[in-house]
Design a protein around this ligand. Sequence first.
Ligand code: NAP
Length: 240
Amino acid sequence: MNRPYIFCHMMTSLDGKIMGSYMNTKEGENAGNVFYNISFGENPYYKHQGWLSGRVTTDDNFTFYEKPALDENAPVVPEGDFVANGNAGMYYVSVDPAGKLGWKSGKLTYVDTHAHVIEVLTGKASNSYKAFLRKLGISYIVAGVETLDYEMAMEKLKKLFGIETLMLGGGGVLNWSFIQAGMCDEVSVVIAPVADGSSKTPALFNAKDEWASDTPVAFELQSAEIKDGGSVWLRYLVKR
Ligand SMILES: NC(=O)c1ccc[n+]([C@@H]2O[C@H](COP(=O)([O-])OP(=O)(O)OC[C@H]3O[C@@H](n4cnc5c(N)ncnc54)[C@H](OP(=O)(O)O)[C@@H]3O)[C@@H](O)[C@H]2O)c1
């Protein structure tokens, strides 16, 4: 395979929500720890070298909807990709097709995991945005002109950064578009024994017309484990 092995790893409520007030309950927090330990703990199940997030998830957790500090008169950057660090060991990869994220640094910390940032851009990202990323030492790859070229993006992550296993880490829009594109091999979900019943919060998968259809996809159960605090960890292969 020229691309990494891709597993989608997420935590949900009992009603399949990936956000909401249920996360602040004892049950939600316990399941959050189970989720983290499986993927990033001392002895992680998946020994991945990076995790992939959608632009909204990155804004929610790391860039907080800040505008990037662009220099509209920046000199023209060289064409193609920019590898600021090809040896980081752990990468945070953000799908940001038009270049909107207002990063302050090329390094981030998630709980106790440190990662180098890679942006996945398309031809919609401006020269000034690429110059902004270069200035901050943030790597970027360009995959696709108007829309994301999934295959090209994933192949570049493997070739340029040595990512052999990649966690697809949400949100629901990104997850479903990758599943529909045949770019997800496995789904791993930790279900917390709690729900808040909100109709306003996003679910594990979300088919947005722009990127994916609601064509059904079936999964093949690989394992089911009861974890701390009554959460369950389910692993499925994506059926082709
Ligand atoms: N419980 C958990 O384990 C968990 C994990 C991760 C996230 N979350 C939560 O999930 C929520 C956000 O989820 P979301 O589904 O609304 O958003 P998302 O998937 O994080 O981001 C969606 C955005 O990413 C870009 N994008 C995604 N797929 C694309 C594709 N195939 N091609 C091109 N661009 C693509 C687009 O950016 P542009 O709009 O810039 O074009 C799109 O609007 C957040 O609140 C986050 O905190 C929960």
